[in-house]
Design a protein around this ligand. Structure first.
Ligand code: SAM
Length: 229
């Protein structure tokens, strides 16, 4: 068992203030890359990223890059987490679905901004670790389950916001169906190796699609995603 760390408790004061300093530097870097949403930046100040990476990677936790988290998966780059969260425009009254819990870092950021967060992860071990991290951080408005998130979570729908943190060939129809009118869905769409961030907005008159920057995500594996290779 790893000892608890950061805001989850445990480390000496000097290490804790060094980690806070590194975290502040990470947030400023993300802001300098164009993410201006003050609520998103504050959530990134509040959530200790080092708690979400494997022990041997903790010294790299506040660099602006993705890191391996086991099970061939990654914790996303801080800039991408910030950018996707800003695009999602989460408000305090929102119910949010996340597909691809991974380490739970993005989940925790969403938990700071939304009323409720529902998160689906296909790898049971990652889901269990993320559930424990939510407990350690006292984030009580999160529910995580092991399931193929490409089919959504119909029992909890509709969602005001949906975020997919794995790359899909196209937006899964069940997710578009489970989005509330007035809702937004942010998803990396494209090929298995390279995608673009796409924002869908659902209105009474239909759904609008807007393509953004190029990104690289691990594949969304599932019924409405890619097949396992
Ligand atoms: N946002 C995460 C974080 O902050 O750590 C990183 C997510 S990682 C890039 C993508 C995750 O999506 C992986 O953990 C992977 O197992 C998961 N995934 C892939 N296909 C999935 C599916 N159909 N349903 C649920 N999770 C899926």
């Amino acid at each position: 068992m790893e000892p608890p760390a950061g805001a989850a408790g445990g480390e000496p004061e000097s290490l804790s203030s060094d980690l806070s300093y590194q975290r502040e530097r990470m947030v400023r870097l993300v802001a300098s890359r164009g993410v201006e949403d003050a609520r998103v930046l504050q959530a990134m100040r509040d959530i200790p990223r080092h708690v979400f990476v494997p022990g041997e990677m903790r010294s790299q936790a506040y660099g602006d890059h993705a890191l391996p988290i086991g099970s061939s998966q990654t914790i996303s780059q801080p800039y991408i987490v910030a950018q996707m969260t800003a695009l999602l425009d989460v408000q305090a009254e929102h119910s949010v679905l996340e597909v691809g819990t991974g380490s739970g870092y993005q989940t925790a950021i969403l938990a700071k901004l939304a009323r409720r967060v529902f998160s689906l992860e296909r790898v049971s071990k990652l889901a269990q670790q993320a559930i424990q991290r939510m407990r350690d951080l006292d984030l009580e408005n999160v529910k995580i389950q092991t399931f193929d998130g490409s089919v959504g979570w119909s029992e909890m729908a509709p969602f005001d916001r949906i975020i997919v943190t794995a790359g899909a060939p196209s937006a899964p129809q069940p997710l578009l169906d489970q989005l509330a009118v007035g809702g937004k869905l942010v998803i990396p769409e494209g090929g298995r190796e390279l995608q673009r961030l796409v924002v869908y907005r659902k209105t009474k008159r239909g759904t609008r699609r807007q393509e953004g920057e190029a990104v690289v995500f691990v594949p969304l594996i599932g019924r409405h995603g890619w097949q396992e290779s």
